[in-house]
Design a protein around this ligand. Sequence first.
Ligand code: BTN
Length: 243
Amino acid sequence: REIVHFLSIGSTNDKAKELANNGCREGLIVVAEEQTGGRGRLGRQWVSPQYRGIWMSVVLRPDIQPMEAQKLTLLSALAVSNAIEECTGLKVDIKWPNDLVVSGKKICGILTEMSAEVDKVNHVVIGIGINANMSAEDIPDELKDKATSLAIELGYNVDRKNLFRYISRNIDELYTCFINANQWHDLMVEYREKCINVGRRAVISKGDVSWEGMVTDIDDDGALIVLDGHGEKKRIISGDVSI
Ligand code: BTN
């Protein structure tokens, strides 16, 4: 597999999109020791100090409908959480759709970006940011009660190269399950088991509007099923969900 490595870069997602637009192969990974303009979901910034994390982006070219791209987000969350568990022994939960949390605090975020036409996907870039060896001082004050790192939780630094290998391998494996065999349903069963939202209340926000409800399920398309205050079932496909 092709891996492009940078000591420092603006954002691995931007580089991966550029390479994808120039026709790079599926499976290419861009990885950097530091990002100076790391991006998070919903236009947020993503703190990515040098040597402290895993900042990587994978280019995929799935033959799917644009509507199905959400599945790749869930698949990646599952693959990365399994990789971290196998590598560190920590228990890693998923907060829908794709935040990974340890002891209730975020250790990894995933930013999926797609280039598509009406009924065809050109490419999908899966950007993965793991707070691997960040110390408490590396975490901005306003995030301290929401975010943590593997090193903080474990009490020692992790081997980032090894973790990177596990992640690449797990993504490969689940992606192959998804594309080749029709094993999507089984992946969703595993996803639901790891997802902390099911059976709990959640606040759903979109733009300026937010409301509270009870999460009852995640359907096979990866949408969150939420009962609102009037007992009405709502199907959430995107937005910000907090507990
Ligand atoms: C989130 O908001 O939770 C998503 C964070 C995604 C961060 C990763 S780090 C590698 C890749 N490059 C970026 O600029 N963002 C993603």
